[in-house]
Design a protein around this ligand. Structure first.
Ligand SMILES: Cc1cc2nc3c(=O)[nH]c(=O)nc-3n(C[C@H](O)[C@H](O)[C@H](O)COP(=O)(O)OP(=O)(O)OC[C@H]3O[C@@H](n4cnc5c(N)ncnc54)[C@H](O)[C@@H]3O)c2cc1C
Length: 477
């Protein structure tokens, strides 16, 4: 007889495992199905291991600039194997943490490849080599509700399929066996820029090619301009408005044909290439063809995660973006609460995701963080705006830290004072952005922010100053 649950979650990334925990908290008999590692991409191959690597690069960078702080550091070297080992160790620790959380919340874990076979049923193949159809190595499960949280994988360039030797996806870039001498990074979104920053800090010669006219193209244009200047100063070669037309693997690396801004193409040799041009949802061959509506492979959902089939839900990277861990987790909670409500729990009050208040962060140095509308998007939306800007050089803490590079920009609706967006580049801004995110969720206006007391000396004072500047009242600049 097949095991039966209230909810089965397919995929255990930050969408899936969080949804499963919330379901269990709400008293639902819950199972999770995972084919690879508990914790998904985020803990094992994404957010966390990259941050561990970037931390090593950051410390290496500081050690090289020890003299700026009155310190002497000699014979500084980066040990790539040790950096990778530490990063993998951090990932393993968190993966084990998820295993513990599953046990603690009495969530049954089925390890294997899951496939939806109906609105309320799925199979799990624990031994992918055992053939199709129920039988050895295949388990049939049923549930009142199924949440699909299968995430996404790196998009390949058709003419440059990843081989793990010279042509890397993010997974290969996280487990290098050698430091690329001359690295090409295709794509300047958060993932591309983080790897460019990491390898540049470690001593690789890095070129970033971006098809659009600026790097980190989802960010405010002022942030892109500032970051590009800063990365160039650090030695990264950046080509915007440029496209990689071909990649040929050679005995010593790769030869890439790159069309530059002016339209002329040239072949350049690199030792390695990281392809960071986006993601493809893991939604093929999991039985959704007739059950869910798809757009370019992404499962279409309502604000609570419902698909077109009753009882079948979807969350996270396999649904429309932004493709971020915290967005996946938030959707997981909303979806779990909506299911509990459908199952009669009167205390469950699901809140759909507020799409205007999802922060985004890039952990290069200087860091980038933002929430809400960019200046261009606010204008496009027909808003009359007030904009404030404050540079890091005007902040005492930033100067004391030796981190005087960057700025904070805030955008308000000129008529209502609504905080429309905030955009930051500089040290630790990925920690600061949450202040504005809370403000946005609380529907703050300039009035509350102007009256808020910010502790001194902190980088957060720049948030206050930026708001003051929007109203012509900045004190320190
Ligand atoms: C290099 C890199 C850095 C990143 N950095 C950040 C960051 O700093 N901040 C941030 O917010 N986001 C970051 N992301 C994005 C983040 O990792 C994803 O948004 C997040 O992991 C999505 O969560 P998810 O639960 O939707 O899917 P995933 O984390 O992709 O998890 C899906 C899980 O489903 C499993 N699965 C798929 N199909 C099946 C099946 N048929 N049967 C069983 N199991 C299946 C997969 O094995 C996987 O474990 C980064 C991504 C990468 C690649």
């Amino acid at each position: 007889m097949s095991a039966s649950y209230d909810v089965i979650v397919l995929g255990s990334g930050p969408g899936g495992y969080v949804a499963a925990i919330r379901c269990a908290q709400l008293g639902l008999k819950t199972a999770i199905v995972e084919r690879e590692n508990l914790g998904g991409i985020c803990l094992n191959w994404g957010c966390i291991p990259t941050k561990a690597m970037l931390r090593s690069a950051e410390i290496f960078h500081y050690m090289q600039h020890a003299g700026d702080y009155g310190l002497v550091a000699k014979g500084i070297e980066a040990d790539l194997d040790a950096i990778v080992k530490r990063s993998r160790g951090v990932a393993k620790q968190l993966n084990q943490g998820i295993s513990h959380l599953m046990k603690k919340n009495k969530i049954t874990v089925h390890m294997g490849e899951g496939r939806v076979t109906g609105a309320n049923s799925l199979t799990v193949k624990s031994d992918p080599g055992s053939g199709s159809g129920a039988g050895k190595g295949e388990e049939a499960l049923t549930a009142k509700h199924i949440i699909v949280a299968t995430g996404a994988r790196a998009r390949d360039l058709p003419f440059a399929p990843a081989d793990g030797k010279r042509v890397w996806t993010y997974r290969h870039a996280m487990t290098p066996t050698e430091l690329p001498e001359k690295l090409l990074v295709i794509g300047s979104g958060a993932i591309g820029i983080e790897f460019a920053s990491f390898y540049n800090d470690l001593g690789s010669e890095v070129t970033v090619v971006e098809m659009l006219d600026r790097i980190v193209p989802v960010e405010d244009a002022d942030v892109s301009t500032f970051l590009e200047k800063s990365l160039r100063k650090q030695g990264i070669n950046i080509m915007t408005g440029a496209g990689v037309e071909d990649v040929k693997v050679t005995p010593k690396g790769i030869t890439a044909t790159i069309k530059d801004k002016s339209g002329s193409s040239a072949a350049t040799d690199f030792t390695h290439v990281i392809v960071a041009i986006g993601i493809v949802p893991n939604t093929e061959d999991i039985g959704l063809e007739s059950l869910a509506e798809m757009d370019r492979g992404f499962i279409q959902i309502d604000p609570y995660g419902r698909t077109k089939t009753k009882g079948l839900w979807a969350i996270g990277d396999c649904t429309p973006g932004p493709w971020l861990a915290h967005k996946a987790s938030h959707e997981g909670v909303t979806c779990a609460e909506a299911i509990a409500q459908e199952l009669g729990n009167k205390d469950a009050h699901p809140h759909p995701l507020n799409r205007n208040a999802i922060p985004g962060c890039t952990y290069c140095h200087p860091q980038v963080a933002s929430v809400g509308l960019t200046e261009a998007k606010a204008k496009e939306a027909g808003r009359e705006i007030k904009v404030g800007n404050f540079p890091f050089i005007g902040n005492g803490k930033a100067i004391a830290l030796g981190e005087a590079e960057g700025f904070i920009k805030t955008i308000f609706d000129a008529k209502t004072g609504e905080l429309l967006g905030a955009h930051m580049v500089g040290a630790e801004v990925t920690e600061l952005i949450q202040g504005y995110t809370v403000g946005k969720v609380l529907e703050t206006t300039e009035a509350e922010l102007l009256q808020t007391v910010f502790p001194h000396p902190t980088l957060s004072e720049m948030m206050h100053e930026s708001v003051l500047d929007a109203y012509g009242r900045a004190i320190h600049f």
